[in-house]
Design a protein around this ligand. Structure first.
Ligand SMILES: Cc1cc2nc3c(=O)[nH]c(=O)nc-3n(C[C@H](O)[C@H](O)[C@H](O)COP(=O)(O)OP(=O)(O)OC[C@H]3O[C@@H](n4cnc5c(N)ncnc54)[C@H](O)[C@@H]3O)c2cc1C
Length: 494
């Protein structure tokens, strides 16, 4: 008779296309377990919105596993060792994670359990290509996305097809010492999470529904449509991909089948390349483990960030900068735990370039507020937007929030949705309310500075300061800027 296998769920909270679960079920009975490891995570302990998502995702997985999922808090090595001893399990299977702290923790666990005679096997359940398999001809890692993705990944192999959900799982009865999901303490005391609830169906079935909806509505015009925050062309799969409620392989192949039938190969290529950006973020994190904290381009170590401007940071966080598209994005984040990619770029550029606040401050706020907060994608994207990343946007590419707003939210629908105080303003003026004639503001019942803030920064002046600041980071930079000079205006002169 075979002994049971411990199936350690981590960032793979699903039954379908779960390689570790698939292999464990082939061996016989399984003991499913999830361990919340806040101490090992240290500074990368999950933020509020992610914890909220995880609570519901575990509830959903518990249901799918007929209540047999064992839940623990604490050190995974201690938990797994004890569990293996008490259940006579001689094998522990898991899908790999790629955060540096998890890589070192997991390799330690693997060697300790192996020494104790336990068969430990890890699988790839989160990525389309393993980061160590994709290298340049000289054996070094790629630093630029297009050659990484087109030459390194696509020419190497097609992502494997998804595995089916295991049928007739032999689940060991839940153990007496397992905690309840509520006992993990993932929900906030103040229950601010209530506002997020209406926006999501969390868990594997919800992720599958979102993928199906995207395939029937979004993929058809993804390439152009993905830029418009008010349009339904993006998948909103990011939290599900982050927690592994759905695999990237499922998203890759299901979208491919649909797009080929619809004759939308260009849209498919763009969607696949966005999944490719997710891969690239993990790739960068794997090969450059300091990605979350250190500039990949060291010239940015000399950049004169403005750190003492707390009021500007707070205005940004609270969606009160006076720039409607920025404020709508920040409020979308607060209300839903998500922000559209185009708007993430706009608010990110505004923070690091117009306000000259360090990208890590932005990344920290996102870490706490995003349901899809992901160490790889968040760090790589903030470095990209700040210009200090591997294959970053050139620093001089400073998004103008008004131009972006006019282009990508021309009807002002996105702004109206998240900034009700501007709802009565004609669309034409919603992008730059300070340019609105007084009688129109009066008719809309808006007093700027009272009902909605005046802009906290002059776009032209702050852009110039940002470019000067960038110049000053040259090895022999001609001048060093004082760190408190942001171009932030007390009285906006616009
Ligand atoms: C400043 C900033 C911070 C970000 N932080 C995160 C983060 O913490 N977690 C996160 O998942 N994404 C992050 N992104 C990337 C991107 O904004 C989101 O992945 C995307 O908006 C998710 O929406 P979606 O699922 O509807 O995307 P879709 O357009 O439907 O794309 C499908 C999937 O591809 C992946 N993807 C798409 N664009 C990117 C990208 N630029 N980089 C990496 N992966 C991408 C995501 O997994 C996404 O779910 C960030 C972007 C910026 C500019």
């Amino acid at each position: 008779m075979t002994t049971p296998t411990i199936m350690w769920f981590r960032q793979d909270l699903r039954l379908a296309d779960n390689p570790a679960l698939h292999a464990a079920c082939k061996r016989g009975a399984i003991i499913p377990v999830y361990i919340l490891d806040d101490i090992g995570a240290a500074e990368w302990k999950m933020g509020g919105a992610s914890r909220w998502w995880l609570h519901h995702s575990l509830t959903s997985l518990q249901h799918s596993l007929d209540g047999c999922l064992n839940l623990y808090l604490g050190d995974p090595l201690t938990v797994l060792t004890q569990l293996a001893e008490e259940t006579q399990a001689q094998a522990v299977f898991w899908n790999r994670c790629y955060e540096p702290w998890r890589i070192s923790r997991d390799s330690h666990i693997k060697s300790r359990l192996s020494e104790a005679g336990v068969d430990v096997q890890s699988f790839n359940g989160s990525l389309l290509w393993e980061p160590w398999e994709v290298l340049k001809q000289d054996g070094s890692p790629y630093k630029v996305f297009t050659p990484y993705y087109r030459n390194g990944c696509l020419k190497r192999s097609t992502p494997r097809a998804p595995l089916p959900e295991p049928c007739n799982m032999d689940l060991a009865a839940k153990r007496h010492d397992s905690l309840l999901v509520d006992e993990l303490g993932l929900l906030p005391d103040l229950r601010w999470d209530k506002k997020l609830e209406g926006h999501w169906t969390i868990g594997e079935a919800g992720a599958k529904d979102r993928l199906d909806r995207f395939i029937s509505q979004g993929i058809e015009d993804y390439k152009a449509g993905r830029n418009f925050p008010d349009k339904p062309y993006v998948s909103r799969l990011s939290p599900a991909l982050h927690f592994g409620e759905i695999s990237p392989n499922s998203a890759w192949h299901a979208s491919a089948e649909a797009a080929v039938l619809l004759g939308r190969e260009n849209d498919l290529d763009t969607f696949h390349s966005e999944l490719g950006w997710r891969e690239f973020s993990y790739y960068l994190l794997y090969h450059f483990p300091k990605l979350p904290t250190a500039n990949l381009q060291s010239r940015f170590d000399r950049f004169p960030w403005v750190n003492q401007s707390n009021s500007s940071l707070e205005a940004w966080q609270n969606g009160m900068t006076g720039y409607p598209i920025v404020d709508a994005g920040m409020r979308e984040l607060w209300e839903t735990g998500y922000m559209h990619n185009r708007v993430r770029m706009i608010v990110g550029s505004f923070l690091v370039k117009n306000l000259r606040i360090h990208w890590r401050q932005g990344a920290n706020w996102f870490w706490d507020c995003l349901a899809d907060a992901d160490l790889a994608s968040n760090s790589a994207s903030w470095q990209w937007i700040a210009g200090c990343g591997a294959d970053a946007a050139p620093f001089f590419r400073i998004f103008n929030p008004v131009t972006q707003s006019r282009k990508f939210d021309a009807d002002g629908n996105y702004i109206r949705r998240y900034i009700p105080e501007l709802a009565a303003l004609p669309a034409k003026y919603s992008h730059a309310p300070w340019e609105t004639p007084a009688d129109i503001l009066d008719n809309a019942g808006i007093t700027l500075g009272k009902d909605y803030p005046k802009p906290i920064v002059d776009l032209i002046a702050s852009r110039q300061w940002a470019l000067q600041a960038f110049k000053s980071t040259k090895e022999n930079g001609s001048r060093k800027l004082p760190a408190d000079d942001t171009g932030v205006l007390e009285v906006p002169q616009l």
